[in-house]
Design a protein around this ligand. Structure first.
Ligand code: CU
Length: 121
C-alpha cells in the first residue's frame, strides 16, 4: 500500500468513527428537553416522569401572562415572562413525587396551578 493510499484510508476511518460515535455521544451528553406550556391556571403536561440522575432541560413557554415554576425539592425556581419562554436545567438527585407550583401571581386560580414530577430510579 502506498503512503497516499494509507493516508486516505486513515482519513476515511476517522470520518467513519466520527459519524458512528456522533449520535451515541449526542444522546449521552445532551440533556432530555421537555417542553411545557404554562397558561392560566395549568401547566401542560401536568405530570412529568423523570429518571434520577439524568439531566433534563425544562423549556417552559407562557402563552398568556407571566408565570413561574418553583419546586423546592428539585431546586427549581424559574420565572417566565408573559408570552415568553424560559429554560431551566437540573438533574434530579432523589426518587419520589414532587409538586411544583406557579410562583408568580397570575389570577384567581393561581393557588391551584401546579405541576407534578415523578422521579424514578
Ligand atoms: Cu400563577
Amino acid at each position: 500500500m502506498t503512503r497516499r493510499a494509507m493516508k486516505i484510508f486513515l482519513i476515511f476511518g476517522i470520518l467513519l468513527a466520527a459519524v458512528f460515535s456522533g449520535p451515541v455521544a449526542w444522546a449521552r451528553d445532551t440533556p432530555q428537553r421537555i417542553e411545557i406550556t404554562a397558561k392560566r391556571f395549568t401547566f401542560d403536561p401536568g405530570e412529568i416522569t423523570l429518571k434520577k440522575g439524568q439531566p433534563v432541560v425544562l423549556v417552559i413557554k407562557s402563552v398568556d401572562v407571566a408565570h413561574g415554576l418553583r419546586v423546592r425539592e428539585l431546586n427549581i425556581d424559574v420565572k417566565i415572562k408573559a408570552g415568553g419562554t424560559a429554560e431551566v436545567e437540573f438533574t434530579p438527585q432523589a426518587a419520589g413525587d414532587f409538586i411544583g407550583h406557579c410562583s408568580v401571581f397570575c389570577g384567581s386560580g393561581h393557588g391551584s396551578m401546579s405541576l407534578k414530577f415523578h422521579v424514578v430510579n
